[in-house]
Design a protein around this ligand. Sequence first.
Ligand SMILES: Cc1ncc(COP(=O)(O)O)c(C=O)c1O
Length: 541
Amino acid sequence: MVSLGLVVARFNDAVTEPMAEAARETAADRDAVVVDELNVPGAYDSPLAADRLARRDDVDAVAVVGAIVTGDTDHDRVIATATAEKLTDVSLDRDTPVAFGVSGPGMSGAEARERIDKGADAATAAIDLAEELDRQTPDHTRHMSDAYDFSERIGRVEPSATLAISNLAATKEAEGADIVDLSVGEPDFDTPPNVVEAGKQALDAGHTGYTSSNGVPRLKEAIAEKLRGNGIDADADEVIVTPGGKQALYETFQTLIDEESEVVLLDPAWVSYEAMAKLAGAELSRVDLAPHGFQLEPALDDLAETVSDDTELLVVNSPSNPTGAVFSQTALEGVRDLAVEHDVAVISDEIYERIVYDADHVSLASLDGMADRTVTINGFSKAYSMTGWRLGYLHATDEFVGEASKLHSHSVSCATNFVQRAGIEALENTGESVEEMRDAFADRRDLLVDLFDEHGVDIDVGDGAFYMMIPVSEPGSGSDASGDEPRVDDQAWCERAIEEAGVACVPGSAFNADGHVRISYAASEERLREAVDRLVANDLL
Ligand SMILES: Cc1ncc(COP(=O)(O)O)c(C=O)c1O
């Protein structure tokens, strides 16, 4: 495989950009990779840029593209000739071929197509030359240096399956496809304007330096106040403010788990619990809630069989990603009894707490006996539509916070200063916006349940978050695959859904729930209808 460097001389941008695009397309058609692209203002600058690329060990050939049409044919010719001469000198060190695709003199605007083709010609010539000289990098092995002896730890985990689907959807959209993306885990609303304003004011006020590692005192106090509203006896010193709930979870696993510690997960489980547990060295035990309509209460006996004195940590996530299930008070009391009996620590991930419809959210740490064994995780991403701000927190005992804050201070130092100030506003002044978002999610959930019902798909619908798991049936059978019917490969179903119907969903197997796919209803009602119509039209329901 040839690794190509691309120099784009942006003198006449209207023509240059299509030339560059033609070069990129040609590289893709020829199975070459464009490893880097340098933009320079004009043709005179391109030899130096080409030289820089050509000297690099990971570049096999360089293509230079750009339009230098000034309207003065003689002038153009001078520039083109000078540039071409200079380019022949470059990179003699490595014998790296450089192909020159700068559009020549005397070409009028009417000949734009021809000029654009020169971009493709340059890439073709560069790749041909590299192949002739056998300067190809076989499967990138040349870039794989022995200096990187990757840790056994990093080999334990795979990239996030949910992000892989979202990336595929984004790529297809970039190629012009109309994709209804139901794979995303973020609300489709804007961050409430008063929160945005608070962030801007914090920037203007100069809140741009580090904060105390565990967070700005006023925010920690506001978080403690919020948690007291959940019935947790919280103090500001028992809080660590983190860049997202994910970091709070990561710190918790790292603080509690040793090699071979047992961690119990409730399946279907959010993808990152397994990854974080494995990174910390855990052995996983799992309890499957799928046969119980994704509810925990009917699975308490199974849980009792799994949790033992050897268990170090149990992870509870209510409302749940990916099922939307909200666990009952009785279920959580069952967890409490087991945790106390076997002296187990519990993570209670309550990040979807504010998106609950016909049920009551119960915080595990508020139950008798749980205050000193629960790490409560929460954050701003889902409740206030602030995913990109990266703000979350954990609450646990003083002692836990003392240990976890060592990792926190040595890794992230602190969460972003002005974002923390915006977080105070979110906690204190967004009641109405949160309710509007929650009501919209509730309407969408009901709409989807009705639409699936019309097509004979029966869903174990949850009372919170903005996800539901749909059982997938044999494509074309039109029948519901819940119950006893054989399940199909949910991965294959998702691939068909995106390729044929233009609908992106996440395979249930990513959450240990084979035969299901996760749908996020963080999309408008119109798009949700469109998605169901397309799935039906393509025989996927
Ligand atoms: C169950 C669950 N916990 C935690 C997180 C982390 O969210 P963030 O890091 O954006 O706060 C997510 C995000 O998707 C989630 O679904």
